[in-house]
Design a protein around this ligand. Sequence first.
Ligand code: HEC
Ligand code: HEC
Length: 352
Amino acid sequence: MKIKIIISLLLIVLTGTSFLYDGPPKPTYLKLTIPRGWPKPGNNIFANNPLTEEGFQLGKKLFYDGRLSKDGNIPCASCHQQFAAFSTYDHDFSHGFNNSFTKRNAPPLFNLAWMKELHWDGAINHIEVQPLAPMTAKNEMAETIENVLKKLNTDTSYKRMFKAAFGNASINSQRMLRALAQFTGSIQSYNSKYDKVKRGEATFTMSEEQGYTIFKASCNACHTEPLFTDNKFRNNGLDVNKSLLDSGRMAITGNTADSLKFKVPSLRNLYLTSPYMHDGRMITLQQVLEHYRSGINISQSTLDTLLKKRIAISEREEVDLLAFLYTLTDKDMSTNKRYAEVVTYKIHEGPH
Ligand code: HEC
Ligand code: HEC
C-alpha cells in the first residue's frame, strides 16, 4: 500500500508538470542565421527579447498595420517597401502624415542585427526604441503611443497574438516594440549572387570578377564585405544640401569633427533602393560613380582621407564595377513571402 502511494507520488512528480501545466502554449524559439564567414553581430539585439515565431508574426502584423499611424494610412511598410529591399521605391523623401515628407531618404531594412547605430546619423542606438521615432514624428506617423495601444486593444486578434508571443494578452508598449524589433531584426539578406559565389554555388562572369577587384581596391575600405558597410560615420564629399543643411553625425555628438558625416550605407540590394545618399539626391549608380570620380568636394575639412584624391574609374572599369554591384541584389529577400504582408480578404455579404 505504502509502496503504491510512493510510486503514484513519484509519477505525479515526474510527469505531473506536463499534465498540470495550464499556461499558454510555449512559443517556438528561433535563431538568427549567422551566415558562414560573417562576423558575429556586434550586440545581441535579442538578448532581452528572445526571438520567437509568434513574436515575429506579431511584429510583422504591426509593421503592416496603418493603425500605428494617426490617420490609419501610414504603416511602417508604406515607407519601407519589401520589393525595394524595405526602402521607399523611387522617392528621395517618403510621404508622411498630412502630405508631409521625411527629411532623409528611407534606408533599406536588412541585416539590422549587425548595425550598432540606427539612422543616417546614428541618432538611435537600439532597435527596440527605434519605432518610437517614426510613430510619433509629425512628418511620419504622427500618432501617440497611448492611442496606438488603445486601437490595438480593441482588436481580439492582437490579444490572441500578444498572448501567443508573450504569455498573456496584455498589450503594452514594450511588447509592441519588442515584437516590431523581432520582425525588422529578422529581415536578412545573404542570398545574392555574390553570396552564392562565396559559398561555391555560382561563379562570377569575367566582368563581375573584374568589378570585384576594382571594388576591393576602391570601395571596400568603407563598404566592407560581407555586410558592405563598416558601420562607421564618414564624409564622402557630398556638397551640403542647401535646403536641408543636414550636418549628419555632428547633430548627435555636437563635435565639429563629425560635421557632414553619415553612416556608411550597405551596398547590398543597391539595384532595388534608388535613389541614393542620405537625401536621395542621386537617381542612378552612374551618377554615384561620377561623384566618386569627379564630384567629391575636396575642400571640406571633414572629408574622409581615403577620398582626398577622388577615385579614378575608367569607362571600362565602370561597366565592370556596375556588373559586380548588381550581384549584390538579393531577390530571395525582396520577394520572400515570409516577410510579406499577410492579406486577409473580406467576404462581401450580399449586395449593398
Ligand atoms: C514616413 C516614412 C517612414 C515611416 C512611416 C517609417 N519609417 Fe523607418 N525610416 C524612415 C526614414 C526617412 C529613416 C531614416 C531616418 C534618419 O536617418 O534620420 C528611417 C529609418 C528606419 C530604421 C533605421 C535603419 C538604418 O539603416 O539605420 C529602421 C529600423 C526603421 N526606419 C524602421 C521603421 C519601423 C519599424 C517603422 C514603423 C513603426 C518605420 N520605420 C516607419 C522613414 C519611415
Ligand atoms: C571613405 C569611405 C567611402 C568610400 C571609399 C566609398 N564610399 Fe560610398 N559612401 C560612403 C558614405 C559615407 C556614404 C553615405 C553618404 C551620404 O549619404 O551622405 C556612401 C554612399 C554610397 C552609395 C549610396 C548608397 C545608398 O543606399 O544611398 C553608393 C551607391 C556608394 N556609396 C558606392 C560606393 C562605391 C561604388 C565606392 C567605390 C568606388 C564607394 N562608395 C566608396 C563612404 C564611402
